[in-house]
Design a protein around this ligand. Structure first.
Ligand code: HEM
Length: 560
């Protein structure tokens, strides 16, 4: 303190100056929030004036009162994904002025969120992701910035995104991924427990998939530090700027850690990337085929950009782009896949009849010796595609427990249109600048108008081929990896990875949730422990993707 006072004194600054500076800063933050608050509330009031149906809205609280009431019986850490499901379920009470369900929901939760638009009818989601692809919301880019400096396929837009999508897609095709199964099995075979191990597994798979066996081995000594750097950055990412995380976001220590983690990524990935770049640019060696490994496709892409003068030839520019792309794959592919594995296992433990059928399919396709599943798949990787019922189980688990979605940016003059037959045929719903347009897949996956017996876990619906059957999934209805040009590039990898885990684990182990012991250890026994829809396992967390509550504590028993 004495040092600080002396330093301030040296600089001619007294305590009064510091207090004044803090006061000015605070006043400008408060003014910003009030000004922005007025703008947001006015956006809603203007819509109301135009006759657009909106939920009861107040100048002071916006929709916060409604949101508070809807979530009042939910645990405080329940994920925000539950909110639009509740709005969809309760639309009649929330829109008493409407005879038909409004196609579009306008939501004002300022200062806790930006003004948002969510489709309440499926065709509206199709309009801004498939018919026309709105560009990603500012928030999606800002969140990735510390990890990738936005030099990644997920943040890119327009022609630059198109070129990279074309370059990287072959490496993620179903065919490529099936051919990589023997290699990836090395990682899955190490996987014997659940909880946070699913995250570690997903991370290992991405490293192996991206770099291939040889380079992955070279990275082995740096991998722990790299994983730690990525995870630490992910932990510190701020997904939604709001008043509640203002201090966290602007904390200088956070900024320092983000900077340090990025340096670790540059220095950890740098040598192997440089070495591979050297190998690929020597005259004797042919250039890589895009499907060899993703790192080769990436380096080849950067080389093309250099030749076209789009990337300068400095090492740091090359490294920045390469590390950015790797960062986005790790980010987009690890937590999402890990929680999807947890939900499939959870649902299987709750539905023994379905589990029996999955095991029977594994016996039939992979042979009755469960311990030999990995070697069978190594020699015949294409068998993974024969696990048709398992695939249906996964898709149904993903419908019931959807985890991430897409957020897009409203565009000046852009409208969403009331679909034919909705009662709002042709009505224009403004989705201009300032709106975040969210796909609302979690709620659409639980829309009883789209899915028969919507709350039940019925994998068979994904086996029905007759489109006239009421159980048949609706067209464009299953959107776990989003649809349209910006859908998930890693979806085949994620599906194959989860299928490999199920094939190797389900017949060797019984897995069931262990809340009783977990709660007892935490003194919750006999008390009302938090749950959602009667389940202790629920989507928790304030950010994206949601996490399975408490990492899903489980019992694992080896089967005889
Ligand atoms: C269960 C696991 C996964 C889920 C639920 C998931 C979901 C999604 C969704 C919904 C999007 C669209 C996001 C948007 O438009 O902003 C997306 C995009 C993306 N995903 Fe995944 N993903 C998963 C696994 C993976 C994996 C394993 C990888 C790669 C290793 C990956 C890489 C990406 C990338 C790079 C994008 C951006 C694509 C683009 O903008 O063109 N994802 N993912």
């Amino acid at each position: 303190m004495a040092i600080l006072t002396a330093a301030l004194g040296d600089a001619g600054l007294g305590a009064r100056h510091v207090a004044l500076a803090i006061g000015v800063l605070l006043a400008s933050v408060i003014t910003h929030y009030i000004h922005r608050g007025y703008q947001v509330r006015k956006m809603l009031k203007d819509l109301e004036k135009q006759g657009i149906p909106i939920m009861k809205h107040s100048w002071i609280l916006g929709h916060l009162e409604i949101v508070g009431k809807l979530l009042k019986n939910y645990p405080s850490d329940a994920h925000g994904n539950y909110l639009p499901i509740l709005i969809l379920e309760n639309w009649r009470e929330l829109f008493p002025q409407c005879k038909d369900r409004p196609p579009v929901l306008y939501l004002d939760m300022w200062p806790f969120a930006q003004p948002m638009i969510l489709p309440l009818l499926l065709p509206v989601a199709v309009q801004f992701t498939q018919d026309y692809s709105l560009i990603k919301a500012h928030q999606q880019k800002e969140v990735l910035y510390p990890l990738t400096k936005n030099r990644d396929i997920s943040s890119m837009e327009g022609p630059e995104w198109k070129v990279w999508k074309k370059r990287l897609s072959p490496g993620f095709s179903n065919q490529t991924i099936t051919s990589r199964i023997p290699d990836l099995l090395d990682e899955v075979d190490k996987f014997y427990a659940l909880e946070k191990h699913t995250t570690k597994l997903a991370m290992d798979i991405i490293f192996r998939f991206f770099f291939g066996k040889r380079i992955h081995a070279q990275l082995a000594s740096a991998q722990a530090a790299l994983e730690h750097a990525v995870m630490d950055t992910v932990k510190r990412m701020v997904f939604f700027h709001h008043i509640g995380n203002f201090i966290q976001e602007h904390n200088p220590y956070r900024k320092f850690r983000l900077w340090k983690n990025y340096r670790t990524m540059l220095s950890g990935f740098g040598p192997v990337l440089q070495q591979r770049l050297g190998e690929l640019t020597t005259d004797e060696k042919p250039r890589a085929k895009a499907t060899d490994t993703l790192v080769d496709a990436l380096i080849q892409g950067v080389m093309e950009d250099r030749e076209a003068g789009l990337v300068n030839t400095s090492d740091s520019d090359f490294l920045g782009l390469a590390v950015g792309q790797i960062g986005t794959f790790i980010f987009a592919g690890h937590d999402t896949t890990a929680s999807a594995i947890c939900w499939v296992l959870h649902l299987l433990s709750k539905h023994p009849d379905v589990l029996r059928k999955v095991r029977a399919e594994h016996d039939a396709v992979l042979g009755s010796d469960a311990a030999a599943a990995a070697s069978v798949l190594r020699s015949r990787p294409e068998l993974i595609n024969a696990l048709v019922y398992t695939n249906a189980v996964m898709k149904e688990a993903m419908r019931v427990h959807t985890n991430v979605g897409t957020m897009r940016r409203g565009e000046p003059g852009f409208y969403l249109t009331g679909p034919a037959g909705s009662g709002y045929d042709g009505v224009k719903f403004p989705a201009g600048e300032g709106w975040v347009v969210w796909d609302n897949t979690f709620a659409l996956h639980r829309d009883p108008e789209l899915w028969l017996r919507v709350h039940e876990f019925l994998p068979e619906r994904f086996l029905i081929t007759d489109e006239g059957d009421p159980m048949h999934p609706p067209k464009n209805g299953w959107r776990f990896f989003e649809l349209g040009p910006r859908n998930c590039i890693g979806q085949h990898l994620a599906m194959v990875e989860i299928k490999m885990v199920l094939a190797l684990v389900l017949r060797r182990m019984d897995i069931e949730v262990a809340w009783e012991e977990w709660d007892a250890e935490r003194g919750l026994k006999g008390k009302k422990a938090p749950s959602v829809w009667g389940d202790r396992c629920y989507h928790a967390g304030a950010d994206s993707p949601p996490h399975v509550k408490d990492n899903m504590p489980v019992h694992i028993r080896l089967r005889q």
